[in-house]
Design a protein around this ligand. Sequence first.
Ligand code: PEP
Length: 249
Amino acid sequence: MRRKIAAGNWKMNGTAAALSELDALAASISDDRATVVICPPAPLLYRAVECTKSSPIQIGAQDCHVQTSGAFTGDISAPMIADTGAAYVILGHSERRDAHEESNSDVRQKVKAAWAANLTAILCIGESGDDRAANNTLDIIGGQLSGSLPDATTAENTVIAYEPIWAIGTGLVPSLEQIIEVHDFIRARLITRFGADIGNAIPLLYGGSVKPDNAGTIFQAENVDGALVGGASLKASDFAPIISALAAS
Ligand code: PEP
């Protein structure tokens, strides 16, 4: 049995007022069949941890630097994130790979930095619309997996999120068959590289325009163990039904 995980990426959205959504979300979680992680902007991390202390919600960051400290103005290190009480960090999100030109090798170093601080990495991979149109999806995914995942990957230190870039924030969602094809491919690659025990246990999330009305269908796929959700994680009233659909899957 793999861990089921519903992770919310708030991106650069939310000030202290948004923390009330965490209270509302906590109140709506009725069982522990799915782990719930919310990744707010960095200035909210400590307060988010404080206000979820007596709830099942875990808190994560959206990026970390590869170094633990130093002259890196504006950056945040993994030990700083861990110091807030957060337990997860999203790494290699397509918005960072794109806007900050993060390579697979940069992301791999960040994953190692996260582990060194005892954070669980949520590693994002995904193809562009052009890659998909050119039938290059599995090549791109295979390259991102081998380039971004360190050798010491385990099911405890890493979660993988498949996020087709063309589906993020667009309302476009791959067909269930397309999701199954990529998730089955990722699972096979993980088993080949890390062995059956680890490869079968690493949770695989789907991300890209997951909403309450499509979550149940997406969670039917055998190798989809949860979702990384952007827009629909901002409001508890949208995220709660996604969590329920995952718990029931
Ligand atoms: C994301 O940015 O990780 C994401 C999946 O966004 P959305 O759910 O809004 O498509």
